[in-house]
Design a protein around this ligand. Structure first.
Ligand code: NAI
Length: 255
């Protein structure tokens, strides 16, 4: 099966300089999209640098900047028909040591940032009755994780928000779906490892940490996640809306 629905379309990606974001930009570009790749200014040089990939600085926490960017892109390039949201931050602290500032910082990016961008993109899509969005949440949004309360709660909120958005937009023919990755080999994941045995430890799981291992016996690659994003954006997923697809090698023992 060949995935279709990309050629000549404009796709907006957030977090484009990160591991999953880079792979998603490349996959969309290879499928024939004109890609608008956005990230914080410092991270933009990590995004794929190709003709046909338009690099734009964007802090998703800035609602005014988000609206301005989407308006500018639609005026200059044309309608945004595909959106992939991958921007996100991790925070790992026990609740007793978690400051209110840190709690808000995590929600500002993971939840509020995604709200700003999907809302801006949804307005045009709804008016045109055409489009698809996939937001990358986390399997931590569906299972309690030690020392990850802010991250997991922000991702649980994000998942439900995107599903509500999907419900509002489905009557206009717009599909909104969620990908919930498990441990994926990116800077976000490796940043949590104490030493070179980090991957092995994650795959094995930890009884003290109340964490199952990964039944498939491997971490996800960024391409594994990007491929799932591509499927849900494609015409072949044309009857899938409001889904929350776990791509975690079975780590949460659910589908
Ligand atoms: P990453 O750290 O490589 O990439 C995240 C990107 O988001 C970075 O380029 C960063 O600059 C960008 N970002 C952060 N704050 C931003 C802001 N205010 N405005 C715009 N961009 C901002 O991480 P990775 O692994 O590629 O993560 C992508 C998504 O996948 C995230 O939402 C993450 O929560 C999720 N995820 C990752 C997992 C993993 O094991 N790597 C597991 C489950 C979910």
């Amino acid at each position: 099966m060949q995935l279709t629905g990309f050629d000549g379309r404009i796709a907006l990606v957030t977090g484009a300089g990160g591991g999953i974001g880079r792979a998603t930009v490349s996959a969309l570009y290879d499928a024939g999209c004109t890609v608008v790749a956005t990230d914080l200014p410092d991270m933009l040089n990590a995004a794929p640098q190709q003709h046909g990939v338009h690099l734009r600085p964007l802090d998703v926490t800035d609602a005014v900047a988000v609206d301005a960017l989407v308006a500018e892109v639609e005026a200059e390039l044309g309608p945004v028909e595909l959106f992939a949201g991958t921007a996100g931050i991790l925070s790992t602290q026990p609740i007793a040591e978690l400051s209110a500032e840190e709690w808000h910082r995590v929600f500002d990016v993971n939840m509020h940032g995604s709200f700003h961008v999907t809302r801006a993109v949804a307005r045009g899509m709804a008016a045109r009755q055409r489009g698809a969005m996939v937001v990358v949440s986390s399997n931590a949004g569906g299972i309690p994780r030690l020392n990850m309360s802010a991250y997991a709660a922000s991702k649980a909120a994000l998942t439900m928000y995107v599903r509500c958005l999907g419900l509002e937009l489905a009557p206009r023919g717009i599909r909104c779906n969620v990908i919930a990755p498990g441990s994926t080999l990116t800077p976000m994941q490796t940043g949590m490892w104490a030493d070179a045995s980090g991957a092995e430890a994650v795959i094995a799981g930890s009884l003290e940490g109340f964490k199952t291992g990964i039944p498939l016996g491997k971490l996800a690659t960024s391409e594994d996640i990007a491929n799932s994003v591509m499927f849900l954006l494609s015409e072949q997923a044309g009857h899938i809306a409001m889904a929350d697809l776990y791509v975690d090698g079975g780590a949460t023992l659910r589908g």
